[in-house]
Design a protein around this ligand. Structure first.
Ligand code: FES
Ligand SMILES: [Fe+2]
Length: 414
């Protein structure tokens, strides 16, 4: 396939990756332009690791769930007989039917895309002509096909994606041989160690299609600048320590070459803070945290598709993927130590906890929608960054490195 070139010159993007005090925003077209999206998808999302969920969603062999990557690629995430996780395309290799789609649907759903689903199975039988694949994607049944001269069943299988697990999250990649993910996050191992994220269990992940560019969401989630202003009515972030360690006045550690982690630790105003109107954590503190950890939060972006916010009682995870220039899909959940989920009042508390976060979304989501519209305006700026906008400068630095590599590859291709 012809490499795709950026319709926006790199020179217009590069000022976004300067040190924060001189950086400006990315060109607005990076958030709205369909051709740029095609370029970005190839440069970033077709080459890097994408988070699809948690390993604990499929504890037993045969357990599976489905996902749609980048808005167009349905996959099935399944634990095979050996206990290993496969992420494979759910496109049937006979006639491109989605093998996990239902065999029938009521009239008011005829024209809807196949729904995501989960369950446990011995194999996957395509509902269309009953080609059947095992948990490793091998074609094990194909009615009538023995009649076809030269048909070799063993030559056909579902396309497999590269898979890696990190801290209990399942990542996959369209790249044939992507550089391993774990070592590229090692700078954060120590910061995350006491949360024991790998052992935590997730609440049922929730999927939310969002009508704005994926960067609008990622930038907002990590944006320290807006927390004190947009959320002023909701939460007293001013109590955060003003030392350099805080997320509000400080910055994140500089990007290491090859790293895919942007984030850091911040000090809060008091111990065991929670993101709800009581300002306090609703669940017991994670037992493995130190006294000091309980004063901190850790926010980490695992580029390009996972955001995590670690608090003293829980971890909020959000897997975000683009579905187009102006649309994205978020899959999110909360992680808790298993003991917390056994609390008698867990379900009640979870409702309050979830609503607490949604109060922030009541402010963040409309702002994201309006900003996306604004990016399409002829008057949209490449505005100057505040020092509290440090995440945007680092994200731009990370992205532009990939954009540049893709441009160079396209140039050498001719
Ligand atoms: S499309 Fe799947 S069996 Fe024909
Ligand atoms: Fe926010």
């Amino acid at each position: 396939m012809e490499p795709i070139r950026s319709p926006i010159p790199l020179a217009e993007m590069e000022p976004a990756a300067r040190p924060v005090h001189t950086a400006i925003g990315l060109p607005p077209a990076c958030y709205t332009d369909a051709d740029f999206y095609a370029f970005e998808k190839a440069a970033v999302f077709d080459t890097e690791w994408l988070c699809v969920g948690r390993s604990s969603q499929i504890p037993e062999p045969g357990d599976y769930f489905t996902a749609t990557l980048l808005g167009t690629e349905p996959v099935v995430v399944v634990r095979n007989r050996d206990g290993r996780i496969n992420v494979m395309s759910s496109i049937c290799q006979h006639r491109a039917m989605c093998i996990t789609a239902p065999a029938e649907r009521p009239k008011d759903e005829w024209f809807d895309p196949p729904p995501e689903c989960s369950g446990s199975t011995r194999n996957f039988r395509c509902p269309y002509h009953w080609w059947t694949y095992d948990l490793d994607g091998r074609l094990i049944g194909a009615p009538e096909m023995h009649q076809r001269p030269g048909f070799v069943r063993s030559e056909i299988s579902l396309p497999q994606l590269a898979v890696e697990e990190w801290q209990g999250f399942v990542f996959c990649s369209f790249a044939a041989d992507p550089p391993p993910l774990g070592p590229r996050l090692s700078a954060f191992d120590e910061m995350l160690a006491n949360y024991c994220i790998k052992e935590m269990v997730t609440t049922e992940p929730e999927m939310l299609p969002m009508p704005f560019n994926w960067k609008v969401f990622a930038e907002n989630f990590m944006d320290a600048y807006h927390s004190l202003r947009l959320h002023a009515s909701l939460y007293d972030f001013t109590e955060a320590d003003t030392s350099n360690e805080t997320l509000l006045s400080g910055t994140f550690p500089p990007l290491e070459p090859g790293s895919i982690g942007i984030g850091g630790k911040g000090r809060t105003g008091f111990k065991d803070r929670g993101m709800n109107p009581t300002q306090s954590a609703l669940f017991p503190p994670i037992a493995t945290l130190s006294e000091d950890d309980r004063w901190n939060v850790v926010y980490l972006y695992v580029a390009p598709s996972l955001l995590i916010g670690c608090h003293s009682d829980s971890v909020h995870w959000l897997a975000v993927q683009p579905a187009g220039a102006g649309s994205s899909i978020m899959t999110s959940g909360f992680l808790f130590p298993e003991s917390t989920t056994k609390l008698k009042l867990f379900d009640q508390l979870l409702k309050q906890h979830t609503r607490g976060i949604e109060l922030f979304y009541d402010q963040d989501m409309p702002v994201a929608v309006a900003s996306q519209r604004g990016m399409a305006s002829r008057f949209a700026p490449q505005g100057p960054l505040s020092q509290q906008d440090f995440f945007r400068a680092q994200l731009a630095e990370w992205l532009i490195e990939r954009y540049r590599a893709a441009e160079e590859a396209a140039t050498s291709h001719g």
